[in-house]
Design a binder for this molecule. Structure first.
Ligand SMILES: NC(=O)c1ccc[n+]([C@@H]2O[C@H](COP(=O)([O-])OP(=O)(O)OC[C@H]3O[C@@H](n4cnc5c(N)ncnc54)[C@H](OP(=O)(O)O)[C@@H]3O)[C@@H](O)[C@H]2O)c1
Length: 361
């Protein structure tokens, strides 16, 4: 009998967690049990928990009304199978619980992977229900497993943001302001803009004082501005704001400073999850959520199936290679250590120089 370990969070207070150990459940029809080899942990996972009820992230690996398990990106190996199309030993990249094991229900099985067709996941965004068979992945990805866990879900978004900005000729902006630029999603975007010779706009990174040296070490921002010093940015130069922070007061200050010279305000994340997003009446453009699937759909039509994903994966590999030495990958195991790191992450006590890869096995 396999024992499984999970980290449960109270849904209305994500700082509070408990480690739960229990026997693996008996498998139902077509179900498989996977052992989760490793997964990445970043502020993105905190955002999943913060938006757990609103967007439905608690629904992927449900517990009950009070408790939830936060989803993570990682690799897992099948250890028991009731499914003819998936064998013990098969390995998959995808969306897993913060746990040692998970029960999945593979359907629409292809050599490249499967979709989890469990009833409770059917209404959730399809992207998260897709599992990629590692043996069928492109060669260049096979050697980048840690990077795939830690960076790729974020750098793919960075690339899509970059593509979206370029596709819209930067909305007429001559500088791009990146909120929470020390985040992986943030510096990934700054990287793409900085390394594109056809982009002449300046890249201005916004961050907290403690993260300035880290951002400077990446060499991808023309200017780095700390929170509270936004008036140091030249407001006569039209700007595009791409925000990973979700920080409402920061948004108000930028809109006040730039007024109609703010060409677009694109909301992506909420690393400053306790700052409050409510911003009331704003001068300048109405903030809009970035909806990656729209940009993907547009490019699928224009470029053909899979091309945008191929480009995003290649860009992710390039960015990951460029930050070797700046972000130190740490492999950490154990449920209690995992719970401690979760608390630190929620409290902003993890330096952007640390890349956390966890295993609860
Ligand atoms: N909409 C989408 O499709 C999409 C896709 C990917 C990511 N995202 C979002 O983008 C955001 C960034 O994710 P990531 O995984 O790239 O982040 P990350 O690398 O873990 O970001 C770390 C940085 O975030 C800030 N931060 C982290 N925790 C904080 C806290 N508790 N309080 C205040 N600041 C904190 C700090 O940056 P500063 O000091 O520089 O602020 C820190 O250096 C997340 O909200 C994520 O959900 C959205």
């Amino acid at each position: 009998m396999t024992d499984i370990t999970e980290l449960w969070l109270t849904r209305n207070d994500i700082r509070n967690s408990k480690v739960v150990a229990k026997p693996a459940p008996a498998l139902g029809e077509d179900e498989v049990l996977v052992e989760i080899d490793k997964f990445g942990l970043t502020a993105n996972n905190v955002s999943y928990a913060v938006a757990g009820d609103q967007i439905g992230y608690w629904g992927f690996f449900p517990v009950d009304d009070q408790w939830g398990i936060v989803p993570v990106w990682g690799y897992a190996t099948v250890t028991a199978s009731n499914n003819e199309g998936v064998a013990v030993g098969d390995r998959f990249y995808g969306y897993y619980p913060f746990a040692s094991h998970a029960v999945l229900k593979p359907g629409r099985i292809k050599p490249s992977g499967f979709v989890d067709v469990a009833e409770h996941r059917s209404a959730l965004p399809g992207l998260y229900n897709q599992y990629n068979r590692t043996s069928a992945e492109p060669e260049f990805l096979k050697g980048m497993e840690d990077e795939r866990c830690l960076f790729f879900p974020l750098f793919v978004t960075s690339y899509l943001l970059y593509d979206y900005l370029k596709d819209n000729e930067l909305f007429g902006a001559k500088q791009v302001l990146v909120g929470s630029v020390s985040s992986k999603t943030g510096f990934g975007l700054a990287h793409c803009l900085h390394h594109d010779e056809t982009v002449s706009a300046r890249v201005v990174g916004l961050t907290s004082p403690g993260n300035v040296d880290f951002v400077r070490s990446l060499g991808i921002c023309d200017d780095i501005v700390t929170y509270g010093d936004e008036t140091a940015i030249d407001a006569s130069v039209p700007a595009a704001y791409v925000d990973m922070s979700g920080d409402g007061p920061l948004r108000v200050r930028l809109h006040d400073h730039f007024q109609d010279n703010l060409m677009v305000d694109t909301m992506v994340g909420a690393t400053h999850w306790e700052a409050g997003g409510g911003s009331g009446e704003l001068k300048g453009p109405k903030p809009e959520f970035f909806f990656a699937p729209s940009q993907i759909e547009k490019r699928e039509k224009e470029w053909g199936p899979g091309v945008i994903f191929g480009k995003a994966l290649q860009a992710s590999a390039d960015i990951a290679n460029s930050v070797k030495g700046s972000v130190e990958v740490e492999k950490i195991s154990g449920a209690e250590t995992g719970a401690d790191l979760w608390r630190k992450l929620v409290n902003n006590e993890i330096s952007p120089r640390r890349g956390l890869i966890l295993s609860l096995v």
